[in-house]
Every structure is written in C-alpha cells, then in structure tokens.
Design a protein. Sequence first.
Lengths: 120, 108
Amino acid sequence: QLVESGGGLVQPGGSLRLSCAASGFNFSDHYMDWVRQAPGKGLEWVGRIRNKINSYSTEYGASVEDRFTISRDDSKKSLYLLMNSLKVEDTAVYYCARTTHSDAYFIDYWGQGTLVTVSS
Amino acid sequence: SYELTQPPSVSVSPGQTARITCSGDALPKKYAFWYQQRSGQAPVLVIYEDKKRPSGIPERFSGSSSGTSATLIIRGAQVEDEADYYCYSTDSGGNYWVFGGGTKLTVL
C-alpha cells in the first residue's frame, strides 16, 4: 500500500513537501517514482529515486528539474517530494508509485494521490 | 524532449476489438508499458514489456510492438473497459520516462 500526504494550497513561489508511506512490501529494495496529473490532463512523470545499492540516485522530468527533489528514508519506509519555486502549472494530483524490475524497470503499483493546488 | 503519441480517443461496441496505438522513436529498442485509468481512480498496469500481462488482468488485454509503434489490444471489449489508457516508455538513454498523452476508450 502507498499512501500520499502533504498536499494542499500553496502560493506561487512557495514550497511544499509531499510524503508517501509504504507498507506491505520490502520498500528498500525498490526504486520509487513520483507522477503527477493536472486537472483534466494526462499523466506526467516527475522523477525517480533508486535504491541504496544504486546510491539513491535520482532522475527528474524536464519541467521540474532544478526545482523538485526526491528523497527517501528506508528506515521509515517513506518517500518524499520537496517542491520549491512552485508555479501555477504545478497544480496536479501527485502520485507515489512503486517501480519493479523484470527485464526493465517500470511502475507496477500506484498510491491514490494527493492534490497540490498552486494559487494566489 | 522525447514524446509518445497516442490517438485522443477510440470507440468500439461491446464485444469488438479495440486497438490503441503508441508511437515513439525509441520504441524499436525500448519496451512499452500500458496503464488503465478509470475515472477518479489511480492508474493500473495492464501490460508490461510490450506484451506481458500482470496477474489479475483479464486475458482479453494483450500488447504488441513493431518498429516505432506499440499497440494495446482489447479483444471482446466490455463496458467496464471504458477508461483512459496511457502508454509509458523511456527515451533512448533509458533514464527519462514519459507517458503518452492518453487515449479515451469508449465502449458503447
């Protein structure tokens, strides 16, 4: 299970930190992703954090790179998304997602999402 | 930036076969994945690595890939299959992932 929290209303230029609590699987083994969906729009990949074996390295989508930071705390089975310099266009439901591996790495399970609204 | 292209909508009658395409330059070398998103719900994985079906997904869902296109096939589509479907893949470098724009499937 993946449960996101921390969403809400924030002013343009502000910051917000989202959290995702994981349970029911070995969190530390998995890469984890954030994906967002603006109201009435499609899915947009935000970024990924790898596991400890892969140095917790991160990748980000072009629209959020340099503003958003993904981190994790394996001891708490938690994933985080720190969002800075927020823009109106960052308004979206933010999903926490588990990545698994077969022949490739891919998202196999999603949380229910948390809504972030950026507005003055 | 890399893009995956899907048709905005596909419409079929119940029992017919629905085909949803996804085009991308890196697809000859990268897998395609497909997600179903019903209204107001989180996405669900229905096909991974071009043609593999996760446990719990009905057999009527299948996938194929050829050249720069991948296709999600729903044989004998049912009303409950009405949803938005998104393809998902990575650029040629393998580190940046993208979703297609989504296809709204109507079954009626």
